[in-house]
Design a protein around this ligand. Sequence first.
Ligand code: ATP
Ligand code: MG
Ligand code: MG
Ligand code: MG
Length: 438
Amino acid sequence: MRLSRYFLPILKETPKEAEIVSHRLMLRAGMIRQQSAGIYSWLPLGHRILRKIERIVEEEQARAGAIQLLMPTLQSADLWRESGRYDAYGKEMLRIQDRHERDMLYGPTNEEMITDIFRSYVRSYKDLPLNLYHIQWKFRDEVRPRFGVMRGREFLMKDAYSFDIDQEKAVESYNRMFVAYLRTYKRMGLTAIPMRAETGPIGGDLSHEFIVLAETGESAVFCHADYLTKDVPGEDLDFSGDLTPIVKDWTSHYAATEDVVDMAEFERSVPEDKRISARGIEVGQTFYFGTKYSEPMGAKVATSEGTEVPVHMGSYGVGVSRLLGAIIEANHDENGIIWPASIAPFHVGLINLKPGDDLSDAACEALYAKLEAAGIEVLYDDTDNRAGSKFATMDLIGLPYQVVAGPRGLKDGVLEVKDRRTGEKELLSPEATFDKLK
Ligand code: ATP
Ligand code: MG
Ligand code: MG
Ligand code: MG
């Protein structure tokens, strides 16, 4: 991508309304624009990163056996009357009427709708287990939308729903999602700790919130320090095997959010030097709630003995858009964002210090073409902005590598390659630069 033809509206001033660093940096880097309280447009740079996060979520959902579909944002109130949640959900639900005065709502979550899909097609234990998910915009009319995409009103969520014949099988499904979550966050460079949690309006009795520790987190959390260094299963993990040992390991130490914490138990079970009492960001939550929706909504399946039973369900949310904020909170310095390579919008920022200079243009064009041909995403700054502003922009948007090409270095046949995270700089030939970046 040539910067001269891209749309990257960088802000020079720090926006006053932004209270936390991730919000400030997302606005300054031209990633998002607020359209109404808690409602954002995703500008090209922000949109690229959102898509990268989605890709990782999709890959890990697939690995764990979940199947992607897409449900609408608008739902009929009647479906929610069946579960009893239409009245119970309260003011967070945005209620709308269509021209025929039918009650509709902008979905805050999709348990009812997926249960409706399930009951319309699935009749037998032979079709189980089944796990269906989508990545779709949700709306919750939060009392206090704030911190940018961290607490929006419209936000992107991945929500998966599992269906099983009984509780034992449902817990196996739960475990697959639990482990998929460990892998998902890890791949984005985050350490997310599964913590005991309140189930809230989703309901149920088995639940974990996946929490990333951060000073700006909205909840107080209490956990054992060993969670910060625990191994996450690798790519070779067999999801059809027994995942109980992994889930046991990842729940063996104390970890709870403020809603459910028992301080006496925390202090009893965690040695003092291992106690973490901190703040955290909820980046996902898993629930097993049995027949809470299938029973009132009549989602039944025949067992191998031929009797009909309500299906056992769980639901599993990931805050896709919130993750951008959480990742920036964990990866930045005073100059800007430092994207983990797995979700960086581009891998390399190529800076032409002197567009119009034959040597600089030739070196940049050649490297740009070669990197693109190799499938490496490059943002090529071919503009005639000042050098200082080019450096500042690259640091702000936080691509893993910067390559600087200018007449002085090129006289000696070298480019400057900077690692954004460490700040280390090397002078390399164009060939060696390509080899380092590929
Ligand atoms: P919170 O406690 O932050 O209000 P929640 O517990 O109400 O979140 P869930 O119903 O568990 O949210 O939804 C699944 C995930 O969706 C959450 O773990 C979170 O990452 C994300 N999420 C929820 N509300 C918002 C929001 N207002 N803005 C952005 N992401 C959100
Ligand atoms: Mg909430
Ligand atoms: Mg919560
Ligand atoms: Mg939650």
